[in-house]
Write a protein that binds this ligand. Structure first.
Ligand SMILES: CC(C)(COP(=O)(O)OP(=O)(O)OC[C@H]1O[C@@H](n2cnc3c(N)ncnc32)[C@H](O)[C@@H]1OP(=O)(O)O)[C@@H](O)C(=O)NCCC(=O)NCCS
Length: 155
């Protein structure tokens, strides 16, 4: 398969949590929507996820696709045991999913519009006393199946 025809989830493997992504099979549908989450360590708050980008093709917006992707991404993140999700985006859009301004003590590398730096606690209190720099870990999320396979190989 040519690189450009691969689903985006396979074009950007490094550091990407397999929490949500493109689910379309045909090249025309691949560009319809995407949401990605990345493993990070957020200073004293420890391990969590950074969400972005979230995007829906211009001609398919307003149909609830973005909301569906967000809810599924957050549901999967919770199911995998993650404690919080951070993102940089429009507060008025993300507030409906429970995102609030990120704790003042947390920092992102590079210039950041603080008003757009948002956080969602999957576990209430996960970001209490959070402080320090958010750093991408570059780790891939491992499914339960791949962990089991690794354990079988190691046995
Ligand atoms: C943001 C985006 C993903 C929403 O996708 P979508 O499928 O249209 O979203 P939904 O259909 O679930 O929700 C549409 C609602 O969100 C609102 N909305 C969309 N973008 C918004 C924004 N930036 N700020 C506030 N509200 C926004 C719409 O006005 C609409 O409101 P309504 O429900 O009251 O009618 C899409 O507009 C997009 O891809 N935008 C460009 C990329 C982008 O901005 N990504 C987010 C980074 S901040």
């Amino acid at each position: 398969m040519p690189r450009s025809a691969r689903p985006a989830s396979r074009r950007y493997p490094s550091g990407c949590a397999k929490v949500a992504g493109l689910r379309a099979d045909s090249p025309s549908a691949q560009a319809a929507r995407t949401v990605r989450l990345w493993n990070v360590v957020a200073g004293r708050a420890g391990a969590g996820l950074l969400l972005g980008p979230l995007a829906v093709d211009e001609d398919r917006r307003g149909l609830g696709i973005g909301s569906k992707l967000m809810r599924e991404a957050l549901w999967r993140a919770a199911r995998m045991g993650h404690r919080f999700v951070l993102l940089v985006g429009d507060g008025p859009y993300y507030a409906r999913f429970g995102f609030e301004p990120a704790p003042a003590g947390l920092d992102l590398p590079g210039p950041v519009d603080r008003a757009r730096f948002l956080a969602f606690e999957i576990i209430p209190g996960a970001l209490a006393n959070a402080g320090g720099m958010v750093v991408a870990t570059g780790e891939m999320e491992r499914s339960r199946r791949s962990v089991a396979a690794e354990q079988r190989l190691a046995a």
